[in-house]
Ligand binder design. Structure first.
Ligand code: FBP
Ligand code: MG
Ligand code: MG
Length: 324
């Protein structure tokens, strides 16, 4: 069976040539990242880098390696006006004639690297609106403005999941020739959920409405929901969201009382917005307890948000527990 390769898919979808170049550039560098990941300990790339990122988190060597690889790849593309990364303190200006701003989480779920478990690269493409040179202010656009978003999941197979605003498509890397081939063209998240995803070890730190919502899920057939729910937690958002795009469910990373001044753990511009774009394009929802994430006007590039995403009816119910 002949499958559609990523460049042909982008052509068929009439994606603007400059945007195609950004997506293909990201796809190309992800193949190189997947090779470094596959070599693991043999290439000496595992373990800590011995530094902290701007968010005060310990960097893994591969956080730094993947960040540098993506930064170099994007900076070489005339279509890229500027970039912002979870691992970079400041935005990085690129080409003054470029039409796009790219934000990315070079390696999501990086605590999984050392246990040879799934990680991914998440990206978001925004239009450039301001004057040169690029400033942080140019990036502060609601997720609704994204022109494309996606991720690469480095798992048993390497997959690229993409939306350019016309549904969600999944591509699988053909390792023999380094090309991404279309393997799922109409990703849909069912409105009802049978599965939920949350770091249960933080239960006692959540706000009361989240405690009540999860308690009702766990009480299953005997509780108010009169239904049993399964639970999964990969500890890499990219893999947990991938499962939701493949077989439905709800994922949440809520606010918790250990860091009361921090809105959540996940980052709006590198994680929540790109995943939100995909989730909405697949018929799901993504909210904070207060409203839709894609409508948030960002205040700074490293901003964090609480996240509730996935099956539309389940997200609505979880939000309802908070708004009652
Ligand atoms: O330590 P926890 O609570 O399991 O956190 C897991 C979450 O943290 C993250 O790993 C944060 O992403 P990074 O690895 O890019 O910092 C998410 O992918 C994941 O959902
Ligand atoms: Mg991440
Ligand atoms: Mg990361």
């Amino acid at each position: 069976m002949s499958r559609v390769a990523l460049p042909q898919y982008l052509e068929n979808a009439a994606v603007a040539a400059e945007l195609q170049s950004v997506i293909l550039g990201l796809a190309e560098v992800s193949v190189d990242i997947s090779k470094s990941l596959a070599k693991g300990a043999l290439a000496g790339v595992l373990g800590a880098a011995g530094a902290e990122n701007v968010q005060g988190e310990d960097q893994k060597k591969l956080d730094v390696i993947a960040n540098d690889m993506i930064k170099d790849a994007l900076a070489a593309l005339p279509a890229v006006r500027g970039l912002a990364s979870e691992e970079e303190a400041e935005v990085v200006p690129c080409h003054t004639a470029g039409s796009y701003l790219v934000t990315f989480d070079p390696l999501d779920g990086s605590s999984n690297i050392d246990i040879n478990s799934m990680v991914g690269t998440i990206f978001s493409v925004l239009p450039h609106r301001g004057e040169a040179p690029v400033t942080e202010q140019d990036f502060l656009q609601p997720g609704r403005h994204q022109q494309a978003a996606g991720y690469v999941l480095y798992g048993p197979s390497v997959m690229l999941v993409l939306s350019t605003g016309n549904g969600v498509a999944m591509f699988t890397l053909d390792q023999d020739n380094g090309t991404y081939l279309l393997t799922e063209s109409e990703v849909v998240i069912p409105a009802d959920a049978k599965e939920f995803s949350i770091n249960m070890s933080n239960q006692r730190h959540w706000a009361a409405p989240m405690q009540a919502y999860i308690a009702d899920l766990i009480s299953g057939k005997d509780g108010p929901r009169a239904k049993d729910f399964n639970m999964r937690w990969v500890a890499a958002m990219v893999a947990d969201v991938h499962r939701i795009l493949c077989r439905g469910g709800l994922f949440t990373y809520p606010w918790d009382s250990r860091k009361p001044d921090q809105a959540g753990k996940l980052r709006l511009m590198y994680e929540a917005n790109p995943m939100g774009f995909l989730v909405e394009q697949a018929g799901g929802e993504i909210w904070t307890p207060e409203g839709k994430i894609l409508d948030i006007q960002p205040e700074h590039i490293h901003q964090r948000v609480p996240v509730i995403l996935g099956a539309a009816n389940e997200v609505a119910l979880c939000v309802d527990y908070h708004q009652r």
